[in-house]
Design a protein around this ligand. Structure first.
Ligand code: ADP
Ligand code: MG
Length: 401
């Protein structure tokens, strides 16, 4: 994988460190005095298209990153759960499986411990474990480092304790750990991407019935790269915005007489908008219904092998998020505008908005130019330098040793 990524290097784009499996194995042995039973990995993700569509029971299209949480595990049968992260200063966290309780642990260990709790609540005999992990998924960039921790734990325990759970079930368990044990009300996208993605594909997820389809998205074979540009900002404005958008979307569905905005056909959008008197609700409805449609457009183009043509669809998605949903910010708008001016095929903010990251589709040959243009624009605007990652569509969670 290292060589493959080196070939695709965007020059400025950060690469995940190669060969973390051995480091995690060695770290485990040093901590716990014996080699682990195995080592597992689970990736972070980025969403290509379909934003604020999930709670409207619509569609999203994430892909797994080459950046992973790598974790060494051994079973225990005495109820003890020992957890350690190479990336966090501090001693081994020691818990007991019988004493795990929701919302009581505010440290990083709540993510893997939460998975143990959910499994045990569901009646699975998980009798303890020693865990040591390290992750190349950046935190705070909206790339779901938390889902990577949960999913790597769920898969490792599933294998070690022979629980026989499917990938989608592992995703649901991981989501429940984050919702109920950690206390973060996230949707199912992040964990599904981490658990179910396959290399060279984006994952089409129907947020109503949770069905998934692997969509060909082999960027290296096409001479293309998807850059993730972390704007390094998170505006406080975003705090109440999610709930407000959600309420506005529900109001739109109610006024239009559909259970969810997903149920409004794109062909009927204009007629539906004409029936809405509230300008704010009208904007939200237009974003959600058109973004579901953009997911369909992207799938049709990728199925036809016309990967370059998705660029303008991504940019249209950004315009919708900026002007209709109004969840962008000056930094993300600058990334998109600058990247497109510098020759990108298309770009959009991704994730919850008010900061976080943007995705930029570029010809591999243009990646350096585009990256440099964005960095210079940020410097000229007096913004903190952005971080740039290469989002090679990668495989989901797997056992590595
Ligand atoms: P995101 O999932 O978007 O990266 P979250 O706030 O949901 O951001 O999750 C980040 C949290 O996940 C961190 O604050 C930490 O508690 C935990 N985490 C992520 N990576 C690691 C790691 N390598 N070691 C320990 N904890 C981690
Ligand atoms: Mg998270």
């Amino acid at each position: 994988m290292g060589a493959q990524q080196a070939d695709q290097s965007a020059g400025q784009a950060e690469q995940p460190a190669a060969g973390p499996e051995q480091q995690v194995r060695d770290g485990f042995e040093k901590l716990y005095g014996a080699a682990p039973e195995g080592v597992w990995a689970a990736p972070g993700r980025v969403n290509l298209i379909g934003e604020y569509t999930d709670f409207n029971e619509g569609f999203v299209m994430p892909l797994a990153l080459p950046h992973t949480a790598v974790a060494a595990f051994s079973r225990r049968d005495d109820g003890v759960l020992r957890l350690h992260s190479a990336d966090i200063e501090g001693p081994v966290v020691e818990l007991h499986v019988d004493e795990l309780a929701p919302l009581t642990n505010t440290s990083w260990a709540a993510y893997p411990a939460g998975v143990v709790w959910v499994l045990r609540e569901a009646g699975h005999a998980v009798t303890g474990a020693d865990i040591h992990l390290a992750s190349t998924v950046p935190t705070g960039a909206g790339l779901s480092s938390s889902a990577a921790l949960e999913v790597v734990t769920a898969l490792a325990l599933n294998d070690l304790f022979e629980l026989g759970l499917t990938r989608p079930e592992l995703a649901r368990i991981s989501q429940r750990a984050e919702n109920d044990f950690v206390g973060v009300p996230c949707g199912i996208m992040d964990q599904t991407a981490s658990a179910c993605a396959t290399e060279g594909h984006a994952l089409h997820l129907d947020c109503r019935d949770l069905s998934i389809r692997q969509i060909p998205f082999d960027l290296p074979a096409q001479g293309l790269q998807l850059l993730v540009v972390d704007s390094r900002v998170k505006h406080a404005l975003g705090d109440g915005a999610y709930a407000e958008r959600r309420e506005g979307c529900e109001e739109g569905a109610r006024q239009l007489g559909v259970p969810f905005l997903r149920d409004l056909p794109y062909e009927d959008l204009d007629a539906a908008l004409a029936r809405l008197s509230d300008e704010r609700v009208r904007r939200y409805v237009r974003h959600v219904v058109s973004d579901d449609h953009r997911v369909d457009e992207v799938i049709a183009l990728l199925d036809a092998g016309d990967v370059r043509a998705i660029g303008p669809v991504l940019t249209a998605g950004h315009t919708s998020l900026r002007d209709d949903l109004r969840i962008s910010c000056p930094e993300l708008d600058l990334v998109v505008a600058t990247a497109n001016e510098a020759g990108a095929l298309g770009a959009r903010m991704t994730g919850g908005g008010f900061g976080g990251s943007a995705v930029v589709l570029v010809e591999t040959a243009d990646a350096d130019t585009v990256t440099k243009a964005v960095e210079e624009a940020f410097a000229a605007a007096g913004y903190t330098a952005p971080r740039v990652f290469l989002a090679v569509p990668s495989e989901g969670a797997r056992r590595v040793v």
